[in-house]
Design a protein around this ligand. Structure first.
Ligand code: ARG
Length: 565
């Protein structure tokens, strides 16, 4: 159920009836309980525009609100705030309906779109790094979210598998022969060793350059070496995906190299459209407000990262039919995307009805605020990081004695991986993110473990209860009321998170929900014998709906729950 848009419509119609020219009326959640559940604060701005008294405007709006089942009371406060109080029986009925629905009352988009989510997209020459970890986690949760709300999601792993460094890498791969398998285990080391050979041995360097040319020319043997290398490198990434329970498969890989044959055509097309200019021998497109043009083709004929991205946009719109393309890539590439998007619009690859967005995110920092590195300044191997998360999770599970070794392993995996994902998703993605083991595995605060405990706690109530839940929701006290309202806000939260590509809206909501539930549960016993049966039934529905909401929202974020913890 969408509460806000229903209220917006009520107020919008009231304005029309009162002949107040208001556009795009928006209510907000009230800042404090005494201001009601929602507020409409637009009367002041309207009054200013119309040269009228704000309280008078507010008064006319309130008087013009039509008969409805949602609102209990409407009050005018201060200079003209309109405070909206929802009816308890309306909340109860809404919750009864949501509790019976497997989507918990969450609808689907009226006009679903085809959405491409470009995420993870590591470079094959090197080890996947923490920036790709963030992209993978954020991107996967957004893809899940869009799909849940009804969009047709196409995941695209735009891996970097082309470029001059591959000449060096395959030359080295060939040189190692049989011994290569073992060395490819650590890509970082492999790259370093190849680079060392390249710098120290002129003959090897020549051969590397020759292999680049051969590779580009389609030489079968070089292509074979290259494919073998990419396969191994992608295998490393897939280990990480599977540990992370991320839904990326080989089918989602559309590598940079798959656009190679389109690049020449892009240049011709931009030329034909009069967008291309020569600058210092290179072919470039100048875009408004940018000092440096976007380079499309270098003077030596080579193409660039941006050229491939233009080809990819063209493909995604024309072939895949995308209406929204979300690039989950770190903030340092903001300039790149801005320019690529501008050129894609100018060239007509992305018409106005296609939304292009850079879902940017900040850096991952260590506890002292420095870029996340190993002690000796190297890149952290992600697989090691994830394994450490699972190990540390064992320490965070309070009842660990109660489990067998295998059980503990399984639980620690869900808790540890959940913690890594949740802590990343729970901050505004645009900020830098401080990676802190203690905080992410804490039982207190906005963590996955807190949610997982809340879920398991509710499940334990139902194990004890065992009976059927047959009654209906009755809102008794303020805590029940607030819990019911929070539960019914799920759809508004999911839609806002999807619209703005902001997963942390969901985690903030989950934290509020779990906290509210804990308070409710402390004050409103469920199974205690002296609780009247109709109240017990109502509270059971509230509890179950809370558990289902936690489970569903965490699942969208790619985090699992446990029946016992
Ligand atoms: N491979 C790039 C990198 O690691 C990220 C690619 C992002 N996607 C894109 N379409 N440019 O920086």
């Amino acid at each position: 159920m969408q509460i806000k848009s229903q209220l917006n419509q009520l107020i919008q119609r009231a304005c029309e009836r009162a002949e107040i020219p208001a556009e795009n009326v928006q209510v907000n959640e009230a800042g404090k309980p005494e201001f009601g559940d929602y507020q409409f604060n637009g009367a002041m701005a309207l009054a200013k525009r119309l040269g009228r008294n704000p309280r008078e405007i507010a008064q006319s709006i309130v008087e013009a609100i039509e008969e409805n089942e949602m609102l209990d009371r409407v009050e005018i406060a201060g200079p003209g705030f309109i405070n909206l109080h929802l009816r308890a029986d309306w909340l109860a009925a809404g919750l009864d309906a949501a509790a019976r629905d497997e989507r918990l009352g969450v609808g689907r988009f009226e006009t679903p779109r085809k959405v491409v989510v470009d995420y993870s997209s590591p470079n094959m020459a090197k080890q996947m790094h923490v920036g790709h970890l963030r992209s993978t986690i954020i991107g996967d949760s957004l893809a899940n979210l869009f799909a849940f709300l009804g969009d047709e999601v196409i995941r695209q792993n735009h891996i970097g598998d082309w470029g001059t460094q591959f000449g060096m890498l395959i030359a080295y791969l060939e040189e190692l022969g049989e011994g290569a398998e073992g060395s490819l285990h650590d890509l970082e080391e492999f790259y370093k060793a190849a680079k060392k050979r390249f710098d120290e041995d002129a003959a090897f360097a020549d051969k590397s350059r020759e292999y680049v040319v051969k590779l580009q020319g389609g030489d079968v043997r070089c292509l074979h070496l290259w494919e073998n290398f990419i396969d191994k490198s992608l295998g490393h990434c897939e280990e990480v995906y599977s540990k992370l329970h991320v839904k990326l498969t080989r089918e989602d890989v559309r590598a940079e190299s798959s656009y190679n044959d389109d690049l020449e055509a892009i240049v011709k097309d931009l030329e034909a459209k009069g967008l291309l200019q020569e600058s210092q021998g290179a072919k470039v497109v100048f875009t408004e407000g940018e000092e440096n043009p976007l380079i499309i083709q270098k003077s030596d004929g080579g193409f660039l990262y941006a050229t491939t991205d233009l080809a990819a946009i063209r493909f995604r719109v024309a072939q895949l039919g995308a209406k929204r393309i979300s690039y989950v890539v770190d903030a340092r590439q903001a300039g790149h995307f801005q320019q690529v998007f501008t050129v894609a619009r100018l060239a007509g690859y992305a018409p106005e009805d296609v939304q292009l967005e850079h879902v940017s995110f900040g850096m991952m920092l260590d506890k002292s605020g420095r870029p996340f590195k190993t002690r000796d300044g190297g890149t952290v191997k992600l697989i090691d990081l994830l394994e450490e998360a699972v190990e540390r999770a064992k320490g965070a599970i309070t009842q660990r004695e109660a489990y067998s070794k295998e059980e503990l392993e399984k639980i620690a995996e869900i808790v540890g991986i959940g913690a890594v994902k949740y802590s990343d998703l729970s901050i505004n993605r645009e900020s830098n993110y401080i990676f802190d083991w203690d905080r992410m595995l804490s039982l207190e605060g906005n963590t996955s473990l807190y949610q997982q405990y809340a879920y398991a706690r509710i499940r334990s109530i139902f194990r004890k209860y065992q009976g059927e839940v047959t009654g209906e929701v009755k809102i008794g006290d303020e805590l029940e009321r607030r819990l019911a309202l929070k539960l019914l806000q799920l759809e508004d939260v999911l839609r806002a998170a999807a619209r703005e590509a902001m997963p942390h809206y969901i985690t903030t909501y989950l934290y509020e929900l779990a906290t509210l539930f804990m308070k409710f549960y402390e004050n409103n016993p469920i199974l205690r014998e002296d609780v009247p049966e109709d109240l017990r039934q109502s509270r059971l529905i509230l509890a179950r709906c809370t558990a289902e909401t936690l489970r569903l929202a965490l699942e969208i974020l790619g985090i699992k729950v446990l029946e016992r913890l």
